[in-house]
Ligand binder design. Structure first.
Ligand SMILES: [Zn+2]
Length: 319
């Protein structure tokens, strides 16, 4: 049995990552391809099938796990909708891919898969409960309760990015106002600097904004390290709202860890230490049930490792 593997796939809007993974969740081989997003689900699924063949190369594959942007239903295997990918309306991804590769398939929301990847493969000293927040285009998140991905009644739970942290705050892409995501995603941090410059606030990034250049959270981080007051304010605000979200997470879930991942987490200590400080300044101290806030460990492989771990779970279940 030692020569049996699973394949984990992380389907994204621009690229699709895949990995051949052993029982210890060690990645044996990686694969990546551009997602033919505009070509519709048939072509995307066929392309994932080609990736399966490249990774499997005739080896024994027990199951496949796919992490995919939502909304989707893991229990029914259906993707309801994929933002920016035409044709993805109620696609039975699980069953169609199972037919394509003749293996059992499990699908999961990509952020949930990443959280499960950190939980199972990140080497954390944890037995039960963990939350991952990924700071990228948006604020993605996954919640692990009792060692399993928590989905809720409609399988859309754990949208910590859309918890409202400021009533009547800035509009969020989801239609609400004042979501965590509207302050603390990598995109939001950059956008808030751009808006402030456009309304007359001085900043070392002002020239770049006026020239119409794209500002990233990395630019904001660099400007802040260089002493820029606007960058400092926007970055600190993001960390304060993340700290506030950690208080909500503490009281709702009571996890051992809250992990910060995604592109913005590359900032390292200047992110995690600030979030900890704001969290500590806002939480209760009458009882010490505080989660430990850490940087995530698996980077952009968390998704494929989590998908692979879900595939192993599926393979272990009686069919
Ligand atoms: Zn929102």
């Amino acid at each position: 049995m030692s020569d049996t593997y699973v394949i984990g796939i992380d389907l994204g809007g621009t690229e699709t990552k895949g990995a051949l993974v052993d029982r210890n969740l060690k990645i044996m081989t990686n694969d990546v391809c551009a997602t033919p997003a505009k070509a519709g689900p048939d072509v995307v699924i066929a392309e994932m099938g080609n990736m399966f063949d490249r990774l499997a190369k005739g080896r024994s594959i027990a199951a496949v796990g796919i992490g995919c942007p939502g909304p989707l239903s893991p229990s029914r295997g259906i993707v309801f909708n994929l933002p920016n990918m035409p044709g993805w309306k109620n696609v039975a991804l699980r069953d169609r891919f199972a037919e394509c590769v003749s293996r059992p398939v499990v699908i999961e929301n990509d952020a949930n898969a990443a959280a499960y990847g950190e939980y199972r493969g990140g080497g954390w000293d944890v037995d039960g409960d963990m939350v991952l927040l990924t700071l990228g285009t948006g604020v993605g998140s996954g919640t692990i309760i009792n060692g399993r991905v928590f989905g809720g009644t409609f399988e859309t739970a754990s949208e910590w990015g859309h918890v409202i942290v400021q009533p009547d705050g800035p509009a969020c892409g989801c239609g609400q106002r004042g979501c965590l995501e509207a302050y603390a995603s990598a995109n939001a941090v950059a956008e808030r600097v751009r808006l402030a410059v456009n309304s007359g606030t001085e900043s070392s990034l002002a020239e770049n904004v006026r020239r119409g250049e794209t500002i990233t959270s990395r630019d904001v981080e660099k400007a802040m390290r260089g002493g820029d007051a606007l960058a400092e304010r926007v970055w600190d605000e993001a960390c304060r709202y993340l700290g506030l979200a950690c208080v909500a997470i503490q009281h709702a879930i009571n996890p051992r860890y809250v992990l910060l991942g995604g592109g913005m987490s590359a900032a390292g200590a200047i992110l995690v230490e600030r979030v900890r400080r704001h969290y500590d300044g806002q939480r209760w101290h009458m009882f010490d049930d505080a989660p430990t806030i850490e940087l995530a460990r698996l980077g952009n492989t968390a998704g494929v490792i989590g998908a692979a771990a879900l595939a192993w779970d599926l393979a272990a279940r009686p069919q």
